[in-house]
Design a protein around this ligand. Structure first.
Ligand SMILES: Nc1ncnc2c1ncn2[C@@H]1O[C@H](COP(=O)(O)OP(=O)(O)OP(=O)(O)O)[C@@H](O)[C@H]1O
Ligand SMILES: [Mg+2]
Length: 404
């Protein structure tokens, strides 16, 4: 049997070379072949298109012209390292690297490298795929992922806000319904209380002054009065938007209201000084509501001066904080004063320092609401042991909440 010269097998025929070239020419992927020194032997048309070089320009040149720095400087080292150690870093593995076109632009590419030996000749074949589009798609995907995460975070924040807001709304609704409940109970209590009060009066009238039961009846009457006060205050506090506007001369109404407590003041040695300007304009307001305000403030001042003192009432034209013209009224007493830490709380509903049964703590809350409904402001300054001044400013003109 004739033996086959192995040299013949390893030396490709002219035919097979042509066939290989034809295959390379039509391969869609870019193919490059280099020798052991890294010099380019083959660059197929797909690789020419990819890198922008004609094969003739780069054949015989180092493959590193197709790489940007730092790979360009390092490639010779990689190759030498492999030839010396046989340790494969890329051959048969493939990885994503960066290519450089003739015009200097760089692009990501997948590179698969294999080694081919033809006799003593060693070549390395690189097959390259431009993955710019894939990278862009990946980046777009990452970007939309990031956007999604941002949107999600924003949504979560909004969710929190909605939660807080609905809690606040719930709280407000609860308060409003408590107010309504209090008002309707107060309303229901009004009639029976009036009946009890009338019956008490007639019972007292029928009871002789020295009757031992009289003392008991008086106690009951006092308690009924207290209940009536509380009910009246609750009704006052929960009433809304039912004002009746008329032309009000505040100084006049202040003096009229003062008459109601004058007797009480005198017996307590409280001197009242009136500093009422004559040029105070008439305003459109709910007279009854404002008298209630005045009465509350006069009562507070009286209560604050158990040992007597001076209450100065002032009224004068002035301005609101925002510059609107107003009528300013002041109640300045020389009473006990309010501790600094309590001052911010005195206008809260049900805040009272008065002993059980003496105050409902609704007086100032009613004042504040009434003044605000008139588009005005109320301000309290106080010094412990020296006295308290309540200052009310009510706008002149029609921009109030009062129905005309
Ligand atoms: N002129 C004042 N001097 C000192 N403290 C005052 C004065 N006015 C109000 N206060 C304090 O503010 C608290 C609340 O006053 P507010 O008029 O709202 O309720 P009250 O007088 O306690 O009860 P109510 O008026 O319902 O009978 C009072 O209990 C008192 O401590
Ligand atoms: Mg009061």
């Amino acid at each position: 049997m004739p033996t086959v010269d192995p040299g013949l097998v390893e030396q490709p025929s002219r035919d097979s070379v042509t066939r290989a070239e034809a295959i390379l020419a039509t391969t869609v992927d870019a193919v490059m072949v280099i020798d052991e020194r890294g010099l380019i032997e083959v660059l197929n048309p797909a690789a020419e298109r990819m890198f922008g070089y004609a094969a003739g320009e780069v054949i015989g040149r180092n493959i590193n012209v197709l790489m940007p720095e730092p790979y360009r400087g390092e490639h010779d080292g990689y190759l030498a390292n492999y030839l010396r150690t046989g340790q494969k870093k890329i051959i048969g593995i493939g990885r994503e690297v960066v290519g450089r076109r003739k015009d200097g632009t760089v692009f990501p590419m997948d590179l698969a490298v294999s080694e081919a030996r033809v006799g003593e000749h060693r070549s390395f074949v690189g097959i390259v795929r431009d993955v710019t589009e894939r990278k862009q798609a990946e980046e777009a995907l990452r970007e939309s992922h990031r956007q999604l995460e941002t949107a999600l975070a924003a949504l979560q924040t909004k969710g929190e806000e909605v939660k807080v807001m609905s809690q606040q709304l719930w709280q407000a609704a609860k308060l409003a319904s408590v107010g309504e409940l209090a008002a309707s109970i107060a309303h229901e209590l009004n009639n029976p209380l009036a009946t009890v009060s009338l019956r008490m009066e007639s019972l007292l009238a029928q009871t002789a002054a020295d009757d031992p039961r009289r003392r008991l009846l008086e106690v009951v009457e006092q308690e009924v009065d207290r209940m009536a006060d509380l009910v009246a205050n609750l009704l006052q506090f929960s009433r809304r938007g039912q004002q009746r506007a008329s032309s009000v001369n505040l100084g006049e109404d202040l003096v009229k209201t003062l008459e109601l407590v004058q007797h009480h003041f005198r017996s307590r040695h409280i001197r009242v000084v009136q500093e009422l300007a004559s040029d105070v304009p008439v305003i459109q307001a709910d007279r009854q509501l404002l008298r209630q305000v005045f009465l509350n403030l006069l009562t507070n001042a009286g209560d604050a001066m158990p040992e007597g003192g001076t209450l100065t009432l002032r009224s004068a034209p002035g301005f609101l904080g925002d510059g609107r013209p107003a009528v300013v009224i002041e109640f300045a007493d020389t009473g006990l004063g309010i501790p600094r830490e309590l001052l911010p709380r005195v206008m809260e509903p049900f805040f009272t320092t008065k002993e059980e049964g003496k105050g409902t703590g609704l007086g100032l809350a009613i004042c504040r609401r009434a003044v605000q409904e008139h588009g005005g402001t109320i301000h309290i300054t106080s010094e412990l042991g020296k006295g308290t001044t309540v200052r009310i400013a009510l706008p002149i003109g029609n921009d109030t909440n009062v129905d005309h």
